[in-house]
Structure formats: C-alpha cells, structure tokens
Design a protein around this ligand. Structure first.
Ligand SMILES: *Cc1c(COP(=O)(O)O)cnc(C)c1O
Length: 366
C-alpha cells in the first residue's frame, strides 16, 4: 500500500519514521507488556514519557527556566476562552490583532469575558497581510496583547516578533496562537508571555494542546475558570490534575525526538524555507494560471493558499491531483480555492511531486 502525499491543514501528515515506531511499540512499549494507551498516567513508564517529551520540547525551543510547559486538552479554540479566564486578573480589557479567521475567532470569544480592543486588523485587505507594527494602537491598560502568528486558512505568517517597547508597553505580555507553525522555525520564547497551539498541525495527534507560559502569569484565574483549565493548577500538578491525553503526548514526544534527529529547529527552518520557496515559485512563475493572494512579506511557509485564474478548473484539479496521489488540497470552505499545507513532516519530495503536477496541469489546461 502506498501512502498518499497529504497536504491537509490538520489533522495533518506525521513523519513516517514516527508512525513506524509507534506501530512497532503498539502492543508492548519497551517491554512493559502493554501499549502506552493502556498505562496508568501516574505510573513510572508514562511519567518517564511525559518528562522526556517536556525536556525535548524545552531543548528544541530553548524554553527559559521561568516558563512552564503545560500539556492540555480542548484545542486552540478552548484556549480562546481559557486565556482571558486565566490572564485577565483584575483587568477588564485585552488587545487583539486580527489577521485572519483564527484571530478573529479569538477576539470574538474573548468578548464574552472582557472588553476587546482591536489594536490592528487587516480585514480591509481581505486578511492578506500583517499590519505594520507602527500602526498598532494599544489601549491604555490591557491585560495582554493577542496575536496569531500563522493564520492557517489565509496563509498569513508574521515575519517579525512584535517589540512591545517600541509601542510604549514594554511589560505587556504577548499571547500567541502558534498552532500551525510552532516548531517550524526557532522562536525567542522570552519575547512572549504565553504561546499555545493545538498539536494536530505540526506536532502530533489531535487531542493535545500545548501551552508555554511565563510563570509570573500563573495564579490569576477567575473564580469561574474550570479547575482543570486553571493554568496554575495544571502547572502545579505537572499537567496531571486530570488524566492527560497520554497517547497524544507519547506520539508528540516521538515527533520532538524526530525533529532533534533532523538537526533541531534551525535545520527544520532551512528545509521549510526551501519547500515554501519551491511552491511559491511555481505559483509565481505560472503566468497567472495560479495565484497566491498574500502580500509577499506575510506569506506563510506552512500554509500556501492558491487560486486558479479559471474557476471552472477546480474540480478537475482536485480530481487529477488525487489520481496522482496528492490529497487534501482543497482550500478552507470559508475562502475557497486551493491550499497546500507543508508542515515539518511533509518531505521535500512531496512538494516536488506537487509542483511537477501543478506545472503539468497548467501546461495541459492553460
Ligand atoms: C487549527 C487552528 C485552530 C483551531 O484549533 P482546534 O484545535 O480545532 O481548536 C486555532 N488557531 C489556529 C491558528 C489553527 O490553525
């Protein structure tokens, strides 16, 4: 059986090496006589697994000692509520930069809990850019500034880390939804108050949500915040206040080790730059047959949306791509068009096969 080239935005492709390893360890993990799925989360074996996963993630992202790593559930969308519930404290407002569907959703959800100030938005250009930092307008006393550093649907990625000092708020914590590009490149964690992401894009199976939070931001959860989602309680209990998603944590841990074997995040970034360059070049060199709507400096390395000049060809493109073993290329239903998600686990070979297919399709139908 041949595996397909899977360009899904999430749940997404995982490294084949990791899947094979999981398969090999499925019935008997390291002589334990059982699958990781069947183990007590408090037993010695699983404790080792989660501690190793945390240590590897810390190494990969160079997470400073004053940051806690939480393995949670609920996905990024739950975080949209849990962040205001945990971080507002006595404050009543938070600032949001809206650059696409996901940050728009985040801002809307936060509106249930506080006053939301729209610090900047690229809605007027159809969410095809990140507004220049100089144009951001922060409110007087926000609890935090929220950004989504890679908009999975629009294919818009931050090419910079916002520097709050230049905006006159040096101590304002930045909260970043990095669901769809975490671990695709090195990040200076110390520039953020909190980083979060659902695992199913670039980390591992669905069901696990990562939160990396500076420890001075813990302990401010509102009374009505569910205890199982109070960052302080989750941190104090080593992500085991309630049963964590053990199997997803185990697979994520294997992915962290796989990334280390690739050479870490600097090496991942180089590979991701090459893949993105290859694909954007094919789009840009197609004489308008294909088109990417995103402003040049805000193009995502992970999610590449593209349109066909001839709208009648979409079904044919998807059908022929599928025949060629290339799947999940349909754009998100809210924006239409096509989209190739080329996460860490998509090999360069897969992008090459896609580009050759696109060029052939354009030659025949152009
Ligand atoms: C996929 C995605 C989400 C939603 O994640 P869930 O795990 O389904 O809640 C939120 N933000 C971004 C940037 C995403 O890519």
């Amino acid at each position: 059986m041949a595996r397909l080239w899977n360009f899904s935005a999430g749940p997404a492709v995982l490294p084949q090496e990791v899947l094979t390893q999981v398969q090999g360890e499925m019935l008997d993990w390291h002589g334990s006589g059982m699958s990781v799925m069947e183990m007590s989360h408090r037993g010695r074996e699983f404790t080792g697994i989660i501690e190793q996963a945390e240590a590897d993630l810390r190494t990969l992202l160079s997470v400073p000692d004053n940051y806690r790593i939480l393995f949670m559930q609920g996905g990024a969308l739950a975080e949209n509520a849990l962040i205001p519930l945990n971080l507002l404290g006595k404050k009543t407002a938070a600032d949001y930069v809206v650059t696409g569907s996901w940050s728009a959703k985040s801002a809307q959800e936060a509106g249930k809990y506080c006053t939301v100030n729209l610090a900047a938005s690229s809605q007027t250009d159809g969410y095809t850019s990140v507004p220049a930092l100089q144009s951001w307008q922060l409110s007087d006393d926000p609890a935090y500034l929220f950004i989504c550093t890679n908009e999975t649907i629009g294919g818009v990625e931050y090419g910079f880390t916002p520097d709050m000092a230049t905006l006159g708020h040096p101590d304002l914590p930045i909260v970043a939804d990095m669901s769809s590009h975490i671990l695709s490149r090195p990040v200076d964690v110390s520039k953020y108050g909190l980083i979060f992401g659902g695992a199913q894009k670039n980390i591992g199976p669905a069901g696990l949500t990562l939160v990396i939070v500076r420890d001075d931001l813990l302990g401010y959860a509102r009374r009505e915040c569910p205890s199982a989602f109070d960052f302080r309680i989750v941190a104090d209990n080593g992500s085991m206040y309630n049963t964590p998603p053990t199997f997803a944590i185990y697979v994520a841990g294997l992915v962290f080790q796989w990334i280390k074997r690739q050479g870490g995040l600097a090496a991942m970034e180089q590979m991701n730059v090459r893949k993105a360059r290859t694909l954007y070049q094919a789009i840009d060199d197609s004489a308008g047959f294909y088109r990417n709507p995103v402003e040049l400096h805000s193009r995502s390395r992970m999610n590449v949306p593209f349109l066909l000049a001839d709208e009648t060809l979409y079904d044919m493109f998807l059908a022929e791509a599928k025949q060629a073993g290339l799947v999940s290329l349909k754009g998100h239903k809210s924006v239409g068009g096509l989209r190739a998600s080329i996460y860490n686990a998509m090999p360069e070979e897969g992008v090459k096969v896609l580009v050759e297919f696109m060029q052939q399709f354009a030659r025949v139908r152009g």
